[in-house]
Write a protein that binds this ligand. Structure first.
Ligand SMILES: Nc1ncnc2c1ncn2[C@@H]1O[C@H](COP(=O)(O)OP(=O)(O)O)[C@@H](O)[C@H]1O
Ligand SMILES: [Mg+2]
Length: 256
């Protein structure tokens, strides 16, 4: 639905980082990182290996506590909240299939995420048939990701690229407002990435997405905003065009 001409749509800030620091021993791995993510943003977080990208995502999702600084999610200070509380507040990152139950069938895996979302985890395997709407939703998600034919296959038996797809499907099953993707294409053979790219393109429009990705073609195709991290600090934050032309970025990372 297009807004009328001259009408500026209100910007909804979903995630705000305020001067986040993380030290391991004496080493600052993130330092004074501040930026905001708005509804509909497609932000790529880029930077050399060891820049602190994964550490930053771990702080945002609550895997790691920030030493100093604040994390605000949809107007609430979540800096001290647990991972589960942040998920309930609308933040999701991709699960690692390997940390879940890889022997479960694909459909069960999705149902498990839906049950968790609905707080139905107690005695769920006995009662899964009592929730046909969740079974339907799981099937709908599988169709959306082109995985319907694999519904009964154990996730560990899927091709690597399809496992990454499942990880994204599981995160989306939580109906997040903010989605964090840490190198979703890593290790996926070139030819197997097309479903994943299609899934990225089909993400709900209002969702705010932060993606860590090394493939610059993908970054510049997907992102409407890029943050460059170098030695734990924000080196640049701007539109793809601004980042492409930034001499600091070229020197530190993009090369020529
Ligand atoms: N748990 C940890 N303990 C000590 N150092 C760590 C730990 N996790 C990451 N680091 C260090 O922090 C730096 C940033 O790592 P990371 O966030 O994984 O970078 P990136 O994802 O940008 O490649 C690296 O130098 C890494 O060795
Ligand atoms: Mg990393």
């Amino acid at each position: 639905m297009a807004a009328p001409q001259g009408w500026r749509q209100a910007v909804t800030t979903l995630l705000e980082l305020k001067s986040l620091d993380k030290r391991f021993g004496g080493l600052y791995v993130t330092r004074a990182v501040s930026f905001a993510l708005h509804a509909g943003d497609r932000m790529a977080l880029i930077g050399p290996n060891g820049a602190g990208k994964t550490t930053l995502v771990n702080q945002i999702s609550g895997v790691l506590a920030a030493d100093t600084g604040e994390i605000w999610l949809r107007g609430n200070d979540v800096t001290r909240m647990s991972q589960a509380q942040r998920v309930r507040a609308g933040l999701a990152r991709t699960f690692q299939i390997t940390t879940l139950a890889p022997h479960f069938a694909v459909q069960r895996q999705i149902e498990l995420a839906l049950f968790e979302r609905e707080g139905l985890t107690g005695g769920m395997w006995r009662s899964v048939d009592a929730y046909p709407s969740l079974q339907e939703e799981a099937q709908e998600i599988l169709s959306r990701f082109g995985l319907r034919a694999h519904a009964a296959v154990a996730t560990e038996d899927l091709a690597y690229g399809d496992q990454r797809l499942i990880e994204m499907a599981l995160a989306l099953a939580l109906r997040p407002k903010v989605l964090l993707l840490d190198e979703p294409m890593a290790g996926v053979p070139k030819g197997d990435g097309k479903h994943l790219l299609a899934a990225l393109d089909a993400l709900p429009r209002d969702l705010a997405v932060l993606i860590i990705e090394h493939d610059m073609d993908l970054v510049f195709r997907f992102a409407n905003r890029i943050v460059v991290l170098a030695e734990g600090a924000v080196l640049a934050d701007g539109s793809p065009e601004q980042i492409r032309c930034d001499p600091k970025v070229r020197a530190a990372y993009l090369g020529n």
